[in-house]
Each structure stands twice: as structure tokens, then as C-alpha cells.
Design a protein. Sequence first.
Length: 407
Amino acid sequence: MKVDAEAAGMDAARLARIDEHLKNRYVDAGKIAGCQVAVVRRGNVAHYSELGLADRERRLPVGQDTIWRIYSMTKPITGVALMTLYERGHFQLSDPVSRFIPSWRSMKVAEKSGDGAVRLVDPVRPISIRDVLMHMSGLGYGRDNLDLNLESEDGKIKAPSTRFDSLEDMVERQAGWPLRFQPGTRWLYSFGTDVCARLVEIISGRRFDQYLDEEVFGPLGMRDTAFHVDDDRAPRFASLYGRNSRKELVLLDDPQDSTYRKPPAFLSGGGGLVSTLGDYLRFCQMLLGGGELDGRRVLGRKTVELMTVNHLPGGGSMSDFALPGGYGEVGFDGMGFGLTMAVSKGPAQTGIVGSPGEYMWGGAASTVFWVDPAEDLLVVFMTQLLPSGTFNFRGQLKALVYPAIVD
């Protein structure tokens, strides 16, 4: 990867602090096995590095083509896929999801009264496509869907299972789930993006993975982004780590026998993809380029703008709408939310260096990306450490990257 900090209007010596920081504080200290980072400005790679090991047990170093689990960094890709169908006139953001999934017409909202009793009531309005793109549908995610031990008139509401055989199976079972709140009124990290993946299948008539290959990955040259790692790519697949009670790295998912080695039945639009740093850079460059990369257009410029502006009611912050105790990959203060991505309201509100209008998200294994149109800048960081809140890689990288801008 050709690096030219000067052409990017950045200071190479200051950017070198990135490697010093990550190597000394994290890799050599044994807090992560390895990582990879790229900073691109004005179409020029200002900084690129690969540090440490992708597979500690086999002593395999991080390489330019290492394959990483990107988990929730799948979400913006799913959002782009769905919005390609918006551009074909198939739906409006205000359309109810039940237009395409009829079983959702009977969904109810779990409403608590002052004495703690719960009753199931009709939603004030149907769940819209915008709601599922924004995590404002009333659905929850993961553990949030496993603590629905709520009293109803008929007794306890059964906690729904979150293991699905397919996207179709998921949405049909969700039709019987009680919603946490009235659609569009609150924010809760959710299965909404997986619902978006099912909408892609229904509207396009193609399996979600096929649609991504033909409409997103193929045009962008994202050759290593997929829902599984085949035998040819297996030697490049990184190990996944966590930390034990002594804060030591422990192997959580061995690339040799990982579930990612086989094509899954459930094609998770919320977190199912693996990718390389190079592939994800191309995806971000397409967004920064107004939907086009190397002469191939995936989205129109105005559609990218629609995705990356704050859609929260009244221009509010996620902190205004997120349920107490809820989770977000980038924090809530000063963060608006677009269509599958957080949108910064500016450094004065986030308390972090950057620009108003940056959009971003991350993944459960501590992967990070952000795009800053005001500075014509994008950053992608890859590592494999669960959970993503263990270290504030995003905040630290921003503090290292922005001071290197010299024009």
C-alpha cells in the first residue's frame, strides 16, 4: 500500500505516533495480539501499518490481506444494500415494514403502568423502514431480548429465542415479540439491521449474500468480504481473543475450526461478515466519494447524504433517545444517528476531536471506522478483541490522527 502523508496534507512524523502508541501500549503489552490501521485523506494513504500477530497460537503475523470478523461493521453495508433498492423506487423510508412482512401487522407494545404491571397495547403507528434502519423499532438485541420477564394479563411473556434458521425465520418469529417502546420514540441497539437484510431479500428476490456480491462487493472489488471463510482464504483468517479475570488474552475462536468456516444459514445483516482492511477501505472510499469508486457507482451522492445525516427527531442526540443502560458502539453524547451509522454533532458536544458530520460505527471485536467529509478523511482500524468496549481505540486514534493534519 503506497503511503504519501505529504500528498494527504498530513505530517508523517505525527502519524508515526499511531504505531508507537498501539505497539507499546497494546501489542507489546499483550493487551491485543495484533492490529492493522489505515488513514486516508484526499484519496491518498497518509498512514498504514500492520502490527503484531493475527494468530498468536501459530505465530502468524498480521498481513495486508488478513481477514477479520467485522461484526457490526456489517450494518452500514446492509444499509447501503437496502438503499440501492430505495434508489430503484421500491419503498419510502416512511413505509411500514408490514408492507413487505405482513405478519408484522399484529405486533404489540409492552407498556408498563405505574404499579409495574405490563399490558400489551397496539402501536400508535406501524414500524417503518426508517425505524429498523435506525434502531428505533422497539425491538431489542441480544440480552435485551432475553430479559422480557414481563407480567401480562395472560401471565409472563415468554422470552424469545435469538437463534434463527434464516432471515425469514427471524422476522416471522419477531412478529410475536412484544416491542419495548412505541416505534420511533426511543433508541435501542437491535436486530433492526437484520430485518433490513430480510427486506433486501424480499424486495430484490435474491438471497442477501447474492445481492451483496452482485450489487456491492462486486462493483467495489471487495473480494474477501463474505459470510464465511473458504479453504483458500483460511490461512489469512485471524484468531479472535478475549481477556480472562487476570486480564490475559485467551483464544475465543480458532480460525481453523471457527463457525465462520462454513456458509451460515442465517445471513446476519447486523453482524455476520468478515472482511479485510483493504476491502473495508474501499467501502468507506465509496461513501466518501458520494457513492462512487473507480468509476463504479453503487449509490447516488444524495442517497449517501440521506444515509449520513442525523435522523433523530428534532436533531437530537442518542443520549436523548437511548434507553437507560442501552449500548451503542460509539457512545451517546453528541451523537446523532443516520441510516445504520452514528453521526457526530461536533467536538463541542462529543468532547472528542473531529468534525461535525463525521459518520462512523464499529464492531464487537473492537474494529473501528469513521469517515469525515469535512476533512476528506477516513480511518479504518482492525483487531480481534471481544468486547469492543474494553479499550477506547476510537477516541485514542482520533486524538492521534487529527493533530497530524497540517493544511
